[in-house]
Design a protein around this ligand. Sequence first.
Ligand code: COA
Ligand code: AMP
Length: 626
Amino acid sequence: MSVYRDVWEHSIGDPESFWGEAAKQIDWYREPTVVLDRTKDPIFKWFSDGEMNTCFNALDRHVANGLGESTALIYDSPVSQSKATYSYRELLDQVARFAGVLRDLGVQKGDRVVIYMPMIPQAVVAMLACARLGAVHSVVFGGFAAHELALRIEDAKPKVVVTASCGIEVNRVIEYKPLIDAALEESAHKPSHCVVFQRPEVSAGMMQGRDIDWAGAMQSAEPAPCVPLNATDPLYILYTSGTTGRPKGVVRDNGGHAVALRWSMTNIYDTNAGEVFWAASDVGWVVGHSYIVYAPLLAGATTVMYEGKPVGTPDAGAYWRVIAEYGVKTLFTAPTGFRAIKREDPQGRLLDKYDLSSLRYLFLAGERLDPETYSWASSLLGVPVIDHWWQTETGWPIAANHMGLDPMPAKPGSPTVPVAGFDVRIFDETGEQVSPGAEGLIMIRTPLPPGCMSEVWGDKDKFYDAYLSHTPGYYLTGDGGHFDDDGYLFVMGRVDDVINVAGHRLSTGEIEEILAAHPDVAECAVIGVSDELKGQVPRGLVVLKAGVTRANDEISEELVKRVRDQLGAVVSLRRVDVIGALPKTRSGKVLRKNMRSIADGIDIPVPSTIDNPAILEDLRAVLESQ
Ligand code: COA
Ligand code: AMP
């Protein structure tokens, strides 16, 4: 039997002993005696009587163990032309001090703190400072607009918001403070304070009494110690797009999260203390939470925080420069980044300028890795390219090649095999499990392993209703796919209304809500269509109210702008078409699945209940036009 099979079967057959053993890699104030609490099945809890602190495990214990002078974090920012390096001791000092700032502002265990920051070290400091106090952080991606930020503030009800004066994109500086002010104006919940880190590029206007200057507060703050927490206490809330118009707050606990991420660093990513790990993502996404911040630091490794793009900062050799400059062993990013590099430098000529001998692995996730990008990256870099599949909800990979345990031959198009702890099954639409080769809904048998979501913030039934009620005993992933005869999993895409744009997860429902609110729109649909660079991009289709006489182009432009202003530029909605009617069944259900398949050039059966088949044909003409 392969090592992998053996380990996986142990993790599924006896999760208590498997994860009990893994938990020894974490320092506990009180060791857990209950590894898996099954008393509230189907909601399971890990290490329920254990006490620990995630920040202690990420920083203090390394300093105590003699790793204080090792590099914890490297900041590289081509957009602001700055670089910085923090040892574990320096990072601990900043984090303890900022925890002191938050404590002085009244933040205590269980309070929420919203962090709206660009890719600067202060974002990591703020996250770890919350973890230190047991406050629950909720990081909001800087590419979201004020309205999205307001929705999250209203839901999380933070005591404090932490921000910076600006974010920097390739072609522009984005002032954050006006966005924060607008979000706080819109939100019914008003945090008592807003801490602002002033970057040299922009000086943010401050509201007296409410707004606190980061640098000034840090000068006078006393460092705060770690607060012992129950393993099941929440570490963070991360909002993600679901099938409805409202983002869901995925809650992650402390103990299970630390155990799972620590295990993954050695066994999946094969990266340990003293080695350099670079997740080229953003702290606003789950990849950033897990693999820019927590996992590398839990392992005592060096994490790279890169404020730039794969292309344009300044060229398609940017990733190679960073790898060479810092001796990166493991790079983790989204396939889109590599498609962008390939588009600008198809022969990989810029690679010749750099020494990439430190690089051992390229891990890709966030969207389906198309075989062409896989082959291009593999032959260019000459290192294993590992497709792995995961979700905000799981927080770490569900399927991967375990490079530190038992590397397996890759199959292009497959994220390899289920990760230890994940019992992945495929079901058809009637609820029957299917054999290898047959396509279906991907489910995970419960209990999910440690590190996965524990609840949806503010809605105690939602976790069950949205994920666990579909098939009793199983977690619904929302993705479709199949196993092959060798047990390799193939993930083919979402079966719901979630789309992935440049590795960013978005809900078509949320975009539809904005289009539908336009006074001239009677009804609308948004679908994800294939895009060579971004994997998918949204396309809007609207039916106008009777009697509207304004030019279609003018209305389309307004709609595109509304989505950009309310959701954010990152949505990348470039096109909204005005059509005569939406294709529907006789009972009025919009045939989104058929619309999606037309857009992707795939033929699927048209339901016999269709109301007017001609509409689908009209739509084909619209969707096939560029
Ligand atoms: N703050 C403000 N605006 C942001 C932003 C942020 N943090 N991130 C992106 N945006 C804006 C961009 O400036 C762009 O605006 P524009 O329409 O005015 O040009 C828009 O949102 C779309 O951004 P992006 O998706 O980054 O597309 P792009 O065309 O600028 O760049 C890539 C394309 C491929 C270079 C880019 O998507 C990329 O670097 N991908 C790497 C993958 C990745 O990091 N995925 C994260 C999940 S792992
Ligand atoms: P997010 O929650 O933003 O991480 O997005 C999760 C979704 O991204 C999954 O449900 C998948 O649809 C998609 N995804 C992530 N990684 C992969 C992968 N390796 N292959 C296919 N789809 C992926």
